[in-house]
Ligand binder design. Structure first.
Ligand SMILES: NC(=O)c1ccc[n+]([C@@H]2O[C@H](COP(=O)([O-])OP(=O)(O)OC[C@H]3O[C@@H](n4cnc5c(N)ncnc54)[C@H](OP(=O)(O)O)[C@@H]3O)[C@@H](O)[C@H]2O)c1
Length: 220
C-alpha cells in the first residue's frame, strides 16, 4: 500500500497531498450532459467513494457539480469521519439550500462576489472565503496553501470537469482513483483541454462490475 500522506512541498510552499477521484464511462464521459447527474457506478464502488472521503481531511468540488447533483459529500456507507467540504465557487452561485452548505462547507469565491450572496450563504451554515482571482478562477496554489495552514493535509478532489482539468493542468494531483463504469454514455469528458499526464505504481481492481484504476500521477 502506498503512503500518500507525505508532506507535499512544491514551488516553495507546503500543500496538502491531492487525490483526484471520479467515475467515467467506457468512452470517458463523466456526465451525459453538463449539469446532469451521471449514475456512475455500483454499490461496491460507491462504498469505495465513501471510504476515500473518510480517509481525507477535506473534499473539494466545483459549483457546477453542486448545481448539477446537489451532493452531500459526507461519509455514510462506511464508518468514518466526514471530510471538510470545500466548494470552488467564484461568484458564490451555490444555492443557500444546497446540501454542502447545510453540511458546513467552505465556499471559496472571488473578491467582488456579491456581498449579499456571501451573507446569505453564511447565514445558511456555510463559511465563505474570498481570494483574488486569476483569469476569473480561484488560484489553486493560494487555496492549497490556505488549506494547509488550516490543518488540511490531504484533499480529495471529486470533480467536475472544469475542476479536474484545473488540478491536472496545474500539476497539483498526486494520486488518481478512477472508476470505470461498463457503459457508453457519449457525454461530457473529464478533460476540457489536451494535457499530458501518466499514472505510475498502478493498482487495478474490480468492484462489482466497475473497474478501479488507482495510481500515482506523473505529469510531463
Ligand atoms: N462522474 C463523476 O465522477 C463526476 C464527479 C463530479 C461531477 N460530475 C459532473 O460534472 C458536471 C459538472 O462539471 P462542470 O465542469 O460543469 O463544473 P465543476 O468543475 O464542478 O465546477 C466548475 C466551476 O467551478 C468554479 N471555479 C472556481 N475556481 C475554479 C478553478 N480554479 N478551476 C475550476 N473551476 C473553478 C467555476 O465557477 P465560477 O466561474 O462561477 O467560479 C467553474 O464554472 C456535472 O454534470 C456533474 O454531474 C461528474
Amino acid at each position: 500500500m502506498c503512503d500518500y500522506t507525505v508532506l507535499r512541498y512544491n514551488r516553495g510552499m507546503l500543500y496538502p497531498t491531492v487525490t483526484l477521484a471520479y467515475a467515467q464511462s467506457l468512452d470517458g464521459s463523466i456526465a451525459a450532459r453538463r449539469g446532469e447527474h451521471f449514475e456512475r457506478c455500483g454499490d461496491a464502488a460507491a462504498k469505495l467513494t465513501h471510504q476515500l472521503r473518510a480517509e481525507h481531511d477535506a473534499i473539494l468540488v466545483g459549483v457546477g457539480t453542486v448545481l448539477a447533483d446537489d451532493p452531500e459529500l459526507t461519509v455514510r456507507l462506511v464508518d468514518g469521519k466526514n471530510p471538510q467540504i470545500i466548494i470552488l465557487d467564484g461568484q458564490l452561485r451555490c444555492p443557500v439550500t444546497a446540501n454542502v452548505v447545510r453540511n458546513g462547507g467552505w465556499i471559496i469565491g472571488e473578491w467582488g462576489a456579491q456581498r449579499e450572496r456571501r451573507m446569505n450563504l453564511e447565514a445558511a451554515g456555510g463559511t465563505v472565503r474570498l481570494f483574488s482571482a486569476e483569469n476569473h478562477q480561484v488560484p489553486l496554489s493560494h487555496l492549497l496553501t490556505w488549506l494547509y495552514e488550516r490543518g488540511i493535509r490531504n484533499l480529495l478532489v471529486a470533480g467536475g470537469a472544469q475542476v479536474i482539468t484545473s488540478f491536472l493542468r496545474q500539476k497539483f494531483v498526486d494520486r488518481i482513483v478512477l472508476t470505470i463504469s461498463p457503459q457508453y454514455v457519449g457525454g461530457v469528458h473529464a478533460l476540457e483541454e489536451s494535457l499530458t499526464a501518466r499514472l505510475e505504481n498502478i493498482r487495478v481492481s474490480q468492484l462489482g462490475d466497475d473497474v478501479i484504476i488507482d495510481g500515482e500521477i506523473h505529469s510531463k
